[in-house]
Design a binder for this molecule. Structure first.
Ligand code: 4AZ
Length: 416
């Protein structure tokens, strides 16, 4: 039967029209919603690099050395000023972190190079940058305390995440990820990727044998007794990361330098440096620890952390993941008492752990790092796992090489 097509086309059901209208508005609404979300609500992380001058500071090359007391003292004051300024500002919610990266001394001033992270919605990027600049400007004009800072010298530019991470990873003892520092070997717990980026595994024929610490892109320090089996560099490899197998970033050994006064079977001068065949390319998970100055002191009672893939108990199982154990520095007199090590602890050694035992380094942790965070959360190598009477026993804390005692020896072998 004949039926004209046109008539049926013109009579679209009102339901369908409503459906189409709702559909169009729906899509439009979602699009606008997403746009608003990404532009005005969702935060993006922005990185900045800047500099300013600290005036009336007599010339001193020590400012340039990243581990000097002068550098640390001035950096700490400036970092505190920055945190205070940002946290009491209207953009305190956007503030994530700020650090002094380097200090460059000249005639009668020091230029501080700084690094900042903020989060802000995309639409607020430019206002946030201007606000950061104005807060810093005001902070530098305000000469409370003993420092004279030059607000006219302030420079601030945005940098990429890659470049921001590079800046941090090239400095010693920093963590690229701003994770908690002291949340929780024997009595230890698993480490997270990037928390102990200087920790290396020294392997003989591909099997974990000792710990070691990265002190530059070419050198590690470890214990001399780690080379008891063989001193041939060809038998050793070095890897990084939290797992020993499969090895992450495998490196080969060019040279092993054992302390001249080390005697096999004895405990003194248990230190060695390892030179790699190729430079380590630093990233968030692999970079160097700071070496303390020879004069730096780490008093008894200070909290330190020992890390390694050593046995979880004496002659016990080995972990898959890197372990960390929080311990305390024990004073040498206590450690030399008759109940403890009865005079065997020399000035070039350091005890750390607990007199009551339990948390300690163990077999396979040897050569690995004992580190201390300074007040700026920059980590320093204070000890090298060396020896002890078994692990975690009462009155028998771990004994470490006292790194400050060998600071000039390390410099003489590596130039670091
Ligand atoms: C070892 O045999 C070893 N408790 C390392 C550290 C300690 C004990 C033994 C400290 O390599």
């Amino acid at each position: 039967m004949y039926r004209p097509v046109t008539t049926s086309r013109t009579s679209l059901s009102p339901w369908i029209i409503a459906f189409i209208v709702f559909g169009v508005f729906g899509v439009l609404g979602i699009t606008i919603g997403l746009l608003v979300h990404f532009l005005a609500v969702e935060n993006t992380v922005y990185y900045y690099q800047g500099s300013f001058k600290v005036l009336d500071t007599p010339y001193n090359t020590n400012y340039e050395r990243e581990t000097s007391s002068e550098n640390n003292y001035l950096s700490k004051i400036l970092e505190t000023k920055m945190v205070d300024a940002f946290q009491s500002s209207s953009i305190y919610r956007q503030y994530i972190n700020s650090q002094v990266i380097t200090l460059v001394p000249d005639n009668n001033s020091v230029t501080a190079h700084i690094w900042l992270i903020f989060k802000a919605p995309r639409s607020m990027k430019e206002p946030t940058r201007r606000k950061i600049e104005s807060i810093l400007h005001q902070m530098l004009s305000n000469h409370s305390g003993s420092l004279t800072t030059d607000s006219k010298s302030l420079r601030l530019v945005e940098i990429s995440k890659v470049n921001a991470e590079k800046m941090i990873n090239n400095r010693c003892g920093r963590r690229a990820r701003m994770s908690a520092t002291f949340d929780r070997v024997k009595g230890g717990s698993s480490a997270r990727e990037g928390d102990w980026p200087w920790q290396a595994s020294l392997k003989i024929n591909g099997r974990h044998y000792c710990g070691a610490s990265l002190i530059s892109d070419r050198y590690l320090v470890t214990a001399a007794h780690c080379f008891r089996k063989t001193q041939n560099p060809k038998n050793y490899t070095v890897s990084f990361g939290t797992k020993v197998t499969p090895p992450y970033m495998r490196h080969y050994v060019q040279q092993i330098i054992i302390h001249e006064d080390y005697i096999v079977g004895e405990h003194h001068d248990d230190i060695a440096v390892v030179m790699l065949t190729e430079k380590v390319i630093f990233n968030n998970d692999v970079h160097r620890v700071c070496l303390p100055e020879a004069t730096q002191s780490f008093p008894p009672g200070e909290g330190v952390v020992v890390t390694g893939w050593g046995a979880l108990s004496y002659n016990g199982e080995y972990p898959v993941l890197l372990q960390k154990a929080p311990v305390k520095i024990i004073d040498t007199n206590t450690c030399n008492s008759r109940e403890a090590y009865n005079g065997a602890i020399q000035d070039t050694m350091l005890c750390a752990g607990y007199i009551e035992g339990n948390i300690d380094a163990c077999q396979g942790d040897s050569g690995g790092p004992l580190v201390h965070p300074n007040s700026r959360y920059i980590w320093f190598l204070v000890g090298i796992v060396s020896w002890g009477a078994e692990c975690g026993k009462v009155n028998k804390p771990g004994v470490y090489v006292r790194v400050t005692a060998y600071r000039s020896w390390i410099a003489s072998k590596t130039g670091i």
